[in-house]
Write a protein that binds this ligand. Structure first.
Ligand code: SF4
Length: 707
C-alpha cells in the first residue's frame, strides 16, 4: 500500500505562534500525512485546519524551484546557483562601494528557524557590513517587546499555556483567539473553573460572542478605557498593596494619572456604559487568578506600547502575575516571532544583547570569535525607516526573506512604488508568485517548513523542533544553506566555519545566551527537545543540574512561568508602572470619510497574505476567495446595498472593491476588512507607535459606496 507509513516523527507547526506539535507519517523518509500530536504539551492532540493542511501547500506548482534573474526586458530567466550568488554578491558590493556600506538592508521574518535567523543576522551585520535590517515582526510584536522591556526590564512574556486552563477570569484585549489562535482558545474551553471571559474589542468577534462581558469600545479609546478600569480598581480597593509595595515602582504616579479617567468621563469617549465598566472591575478585582491577554488590536496601534503597559499595570497592581492562571500576556503572531526577537540581530543584538553596549558587543565578538569592530554600535533602522530610506535614496539594495511587504506593508501602493525604486531587490521565498516577488530583480528559491531542520520558539517561550520530512522541490535550498553559500561567495566563509548545520548553530546560541533571562544552556541538544515536547526558556545549566540532583530524568517540567518570586529584570528587581497621555487618532472619520476601517484576521483557515494557505484546496473552500467588508445593517441600508452586493471602499490613499457582508459584528460607522486580501492595505494609513515603530493598521477613515 503506497499510502501506508513505515514510521512517524514529530515536529512543530509552521504557521502561528501556538506552536502545536504535529506527528508526521513517513514512508521512505518522506512525509505522506500528518495528525496532531497527542502527547505534545501545547496542543494535546488538537490542530487547526492550517496545521492539518501543512503538507499540502508544499506541493503547489508555483514553488520557486530555481534561482531566477530578471533580464533587461523585465523577464525572469532561470540561472544556476553559482551565477545567482555571484551576481547577488557583486550587485550588493557594488551598491555598497558606490553609495556607502549603509545603502543596503534586509527585511526578514518570523517564519524561518531560529538558527536561520541567527545566521542571517550575523552574516548580514557582522559579515557583509549591513547596518540596517529588520523583521516583519515589526508589524506584529515590536510593541509587546518595547512594553515588556520598559515594564519588566526584559522582553519576557511570563505565561505558560496551562494558564488558559487555570484562570477564573480571562481578559482579552484586542485579541480574537477563537480565530487567530484557535488551539489556545481550545485550551480556554478546557478550563474547568467556568471562567468569566471579558473581551475588549470594537468588533463583536467570535471570542466576544462567547464572553461574559464584551466591552465594545469605540476604536482607539482603549488607553482611556484601561485607565478608567485602573481608576476603579484603585477606588474599589482591589489593589494588592503588599505586591505593589514589594515588587513595583511608580504606583503613586499611576494613581495620580488615572484620576482624570473616572468611568463617567471615559464612558462617553469609549461608548461603554459606567455600569459595564463597574461590573468588569468587580470581576477583575474579585477574581482569584486573573489573566490578561493581548494581540494585534493592541500591538498594531499608534499608542500600542502604552496600551500594553496599561494592561501590564492592571496585572501588577492586582497581584495577578507569577501565579497559575495569571499574567500580562502578549500572544505572539508568527510561529517564530519569538525567535526573531531573540536571534535575528535586528531589534536586539543577537541573543537579547544591546548594540549600544560596549560590554555586550565585546561579549558577542568574543563568543563568535570575530573582531568587535564588525558589530554595529547601534540597532540600525526599523522597517518603516528602511522604507523611508528607499524613498530618500539612501537605501538602494534590499534583500527580502520570507515576507511579503508588497501585500502586508501599510499603505501598499506607496510600498510597491518604493520597491520599484530600488536598484536591486532580492526576494528569497518558497514561492515565486508572491506580490513582492513580482517586483524582484532576483528570486532565490527556498525550502519551506517540513523541508529543513531547526527550532521555532512559540508564544509561551517554548523551543520546539521543525524537521526535514520532505525534499525541497527542484533546486530550492533551506534558508540555512543559502546563508551558508552567501557567506562563502561573499568571502566570509571562514567567519562561519563553525556554523556547519542548524544544531551546531543552536549550540552557539546556547553559549551566547548563557546568564541571560532567556538562558537555554541547560538544553541537552535537539534530542532533549524532541523527547520533552519542546522546552520553555529559561532552562540554564544550573536548572538542569538541579533537576538531575532531584533524581529525575533531568527534563524540565512541561509548563513553567516567569516571575514566580516577584523578582523582575530591572536592576532593582522591581517592575515599572508606566503611564502616558492619551493621544488622538491621526485620521478620525470626517464628513468625507465617515467610516472607521478596522482590519484583522478573518478566519482560522488562511494565514497572513495567503502565500501558503491559498495553495490548499481545502483551506480555500473554508474561506471566500473574494474580498469582503463587514458592514452594519444600518450603514448597508444607508449605502443601499444588501448582503453580497459589491461596494467600493475608498480612503485618502486608494480604493478596494469588496462584497458587503451585512452583519452586526461592527457598530454603525465602522467596517471591518480581513488582512488576508491583497487590497486591504491599499487603504491603510502609514503611521506608527513612536516607541516601538509598529504600524497602526486598525484606524484609518474610509468611505463606502455602492459599486
Ligand atoms: Fe498550526 Fe497555529 Fe493551527 Fe496550531 S493553531 S495547528 S500552530 S496554525
Amino acid at each position: 500500500d503506497p499510502m501506508r507509513a513505515d514510521t512517524t516523527t514529530t515536529a512543530v507547526c509552521g504557521y502561528c505562534s501556538t506552536g502545536c506539535g504535529l506527528r508526521l507519517h513517513l514512508r521512505d523518509d518522506e512525509a505522506i500525512g500528518l495528525t496532531p500530536e497527542t502527547g505534545y504539551p501545547v496542543n494535546l492532540g488538537m490542530a487547526c485546519p492550517k496545521g492539518w493542511e501543512a503538507l499540502r501547500v508544499l506541493d503547489s506548482d508555483d514553488r520557486a524551484t530555481s534561482p531566477m534573474v530578471r533580464d533587461a526586458d523585465g523577464k525572469f530567466n532561470k540561472v544556476s546557483w553559482d551565477a545567482a550568488l555571484t551576481s547577488f554578491c557583486d550587485r550588493f558590493k557594488e551598491i555598497q562601494s558606490t553609495y556607502g556600506p549603509d545603502s543596503v538592508a534586509f527585511l526578514s521574518t518570523g517564519q524561518i528557524a531560529s538558527e536561520e535567523m541567527a545566521f542571517l543576522g550575523a552574516l548580514a551585520k557582522f559579515g557583509m557590513g549591513f547596518r540596517h535590517g529588520d523583521g516583519n515582526t515589526r508589524q506584529c510584536m515590536a510593541t509587546a517587546v518595547t512594553a515588556y522591556k520598559e515594564s519588566f526590564g526584559y522582553d519576557a512574556p511570563p505565561y505558560t499555556y496551562d494558564d488558559f486552563e487555570q484562570s477564573d477570569v480571562l481578559v482579552f484585549v484586542g485579541s480574537n483567539p477563537c480565530i487567530a489562535h484557535p488551539i489556545m482558545w481550545e485550551r480556554v474551553l478546557r478550563n474547568p473553573n467556568d471562567p468569566a471571559i471579558i473581551v475588549v474589542d470594537p468588533r463583536r468577534t467570535e471570542t466576544a460572542m462567547a464572553a461574559k462581558e464584551h466591552l465594545q469600545l469605540s476604536p482607539k479609546s482603549d488607553l482611556a478605557l484601561l485607565y478608567a478600569i485602573t481608576h476603579e480598581v484603585i477606588q474599589r480597593g482591589y489593589v494588592d498593596h503588599g505586591f505593589v509595595d514589594a515588587h513595583t515602582n511608580g504606583f503613586e504616579q499611576l494613581a495620580q494619572h488615572v484620576q482624570a479617567f473616572a468611568p463617567d468621563v471615559v464612558s462617553s469617549i469609549a461608548g461603554v456604559s459606567v455600569d459595564q465598566i463597574h461590573s468588569v472591575v468587580d470581576l477583575i478585582g474579585q477574581g482569584k487568578a486573573v489573566s490578561f491577554w493581548w494581540t494585534m488590536g493592541v500591538n498594531q496601534s499608534y499608542e500600542g506600547t502604552r496600551v500594553a503597559q496599561a494592561i501590564i499595570n492592571l496585572s501588577l497592581i492586582t497581584g495577578n502575575i507569577g501565579r497559575p492562571g495569571t499574567g500580562a500576556n502578549s500572544i505572539t503572531g508568527q510561529c517564530n516571532a519569538m525567535g526573531s526577537r531573540l536571534w535575528s540581530n535586528t531589534t536586539n543584538l543577537i541573543g537579547h544583547h544591546d548594540f549600544g553596549s560596549a560590554d555586550d558587543r565585546a561579549k558577542v565578538a568574543a563568543e563568535l570569535d570575530i573582531p568587535v569592530e564588525n558589530i554595529p554600535t547601534d540597532t540600525g533602522w526599523s522597517y518603516d525607516r528602511i522604507m523611508e530610506g528607499v524613498r530618500s535614496g539612501k537605501i538602494k539594495g534590499l534583500w527580502v526573506i520570507a515576507t511579503n511587504p508588497a501585500h502586508s506593508w501599510i499603505h501598499q501602493d506607496d510600498a510597491r512604488a518604493l520597491l520599484d525604486q530600488l536598484d536591486f531587490l532580492v526576494v528569497q521565498d518558497m514561492y515565486d508568485s508572491t506580490d513582492t516577488a513580482r517586483h524582484a530583480d532576483m528570486i532565490l528559491p527556498a525550502a519551506g517548513w517540513g523541508e529543513k531542520d531547526g527550532t521555532f520558539i512559540n508564544s509561551e517561550r517554548r523551543y520546539g523542533l521543525l524537521k526535514k520530512v520532505r525534499k525541497a522541490p527542484g533546486e530550492a535550498l533551506a534558508d540555512f544553506r543559502i546563508f551558508q553559500a552567501i557567506a562563502h561567495y561573499w568571502g566570509v566563509g571562514d567567519q562561519f566555519r563553525d556554523w556547519t548545520d542548524p544544531e551546531a548553530v543552536f549550540r552557539i546560541m546556547q553559549r551566547l545566551n548563557r546568564g541571560k533571562w532567556s538562558d537555554i544552556s541547560g538544553i541537552d541538544g535537539y534530542a532533549q527537545l524532541d523527547r520533552c515536547g519542546g522546552i520553555q526558556w529559561p532552562w540554564s545549566q544550573a536548572s538542569a543540574q538541579a533537576s538531575h540532583g532531584e533524581g529525575s530524568s533531568g527534563d524540565p517540567a512541561p509548563q513553567r512561568r516567569l516571575f514566580e518570586d516577584g523578582n523582575f529584570a530591572h536592576p532593582d528587581g522591581r517592575a515599572r508602572l508606566i503611564v502616558d497621555d492619551v493621544t488622538p487618532p491621526p485620521e478620525p472619520p470626517c464628513a468625507d470619510y465617515p467610516t472607521w476601517l478596522l482590519t484583522g484576521r478573518g478566519t482560522v483557515s488562511q494565514w497572513h497574505t495567503q502565500t501558503r494557505t491559498s495553495k490548499s484546496p481545502v483551506l480555500r473552500k473554508l474561506y471566500p476567495n473574494q474580498p469582503y467588508v463587514e458592514l452594519h445593517p444600518e450603514d448597508a441600508a444607508r449605502i443601499g446595498v444588501s448582503n453580497g452586493e459589491r461596494v467600493t471602499v475608498q480612503s485618502r490613499r486608494g480604493e478596494a472593491t469588496a462584497a458587503a457582508m451585512v452583519v452586526p459584528t461592527v457598530r454603525p460607522g465602522q467596517a471591518f476588512m480581513p488582512m488576508h486580501y491583497e487590497s486591504t492595505n491599499r487603504l491603510t494609513l502609514a503611521h506608527f507607535d513612536p516607541h516601538s515603530r509598529q504600524p497602526s493598521y486598525k484606524d484609518c477613515a474610509v468611505k463606502i459606496l455602492k459599486a
